[in-house]
Design a protein around this ligand. Structure first.
Ligand code: ZN
Ligand code: ZN
Length: 216
């Protein structure tokens, strides 16, 4: 079957997101996704906990702050330490049973991998709806995916519910996490969608400001 999955979403277990587990499922269904990856910063527990709470297919993930830039691990079953080299981080993700995605490799202001993308990765996130400048970052990501002949995926990097699903990956797989990651690894996937509309970008930011003021 064809799976539609946003492969890069943060929940309120990431300090910078306001997406509750309920929002996550609500907006994923509203956008007609069939699965969604939870990729909170440097933690796996939130994704595993949310996966237990719902029948909707949650792909447990993590976004690791490696020394060389952000790396998304999908289907990891243990925590991955931050601050290691990109190479070591990819190895640790593989040891944890997961696949390593070079997320937003050329976006500005996002701690991007840039020249640290290598053939060791399992896929490149060629569409990241929140990346800036969107067109340039997407084109460079596309080029590096071609250079290393790596599968291409898409995600929103959502920190605010309505953003979920603006980009998604169509995957030729069964409705299970194992099947989805296997299919991505062999390139049976296609990135879809695009940049956040300006309204969502602005709302996203005003939400951050409100959250910041509330927490002060
Ligand atoms: Zn990131
Ligand atoms: Zn992210």
């Amino acid at each position: 079957m064809q799976i539609r999955a946003d492969l890069h979403v943060h929940t309120f277990y990431s300090d910078d997101s306001i997406i509750t587990p309920q929002d996550l499922v609500f907006y994923s269904k509203k956008r007609e996704l069939t699965a969604v990856a939870v990729t909170d910063h440097n933690k796996i527990g939130s994704a595993l906990a949310i996966a237990q709470q719902t029948d909707f297919l949650i792909i447990p993930g993590i976004e690791v702050s490696s020394k060389d830039g952000h790396i998304v691990g999908l289907n990891v079953n243990m925590p991955i330490p931050r601050g290691r080299s990109s190479e070591e981080t990819v190895d640790l993700i593989h040891k944890a049973g997961g696949i390593a995605i070079a997320c937003h490799p050329f976006a500005l202001f996002k701690n991007s991998l840039s020249r640290h993308v290598t053939a060791k990765f399992d896929a490149v996130e060629t569409i990241n709806s929140s990346s800036f400048p969107f067109k340039h970052a997407s084109r460079k990501a596309q080029e590096v995916a071609e250079k290393f002949n790596l599968p291409r995926v898409a995600g929103t990097d959502a920190h605010y519910g309505p953003v979920i699903g603006c980009a998604y990956t169509v995957i030729d797989a069964d409705l299970s996490v194992e099947s989805i990651v296997k299919a991505i690894k062999i390139g049976r996937c296609k990135p879809c969608g695009g940049s956040l509309p300006l309204r969502l970008r602005l709302e996203n930011q005003s939400r951050f400001v409100k959250k910041y003021l509330r927490n002060k």
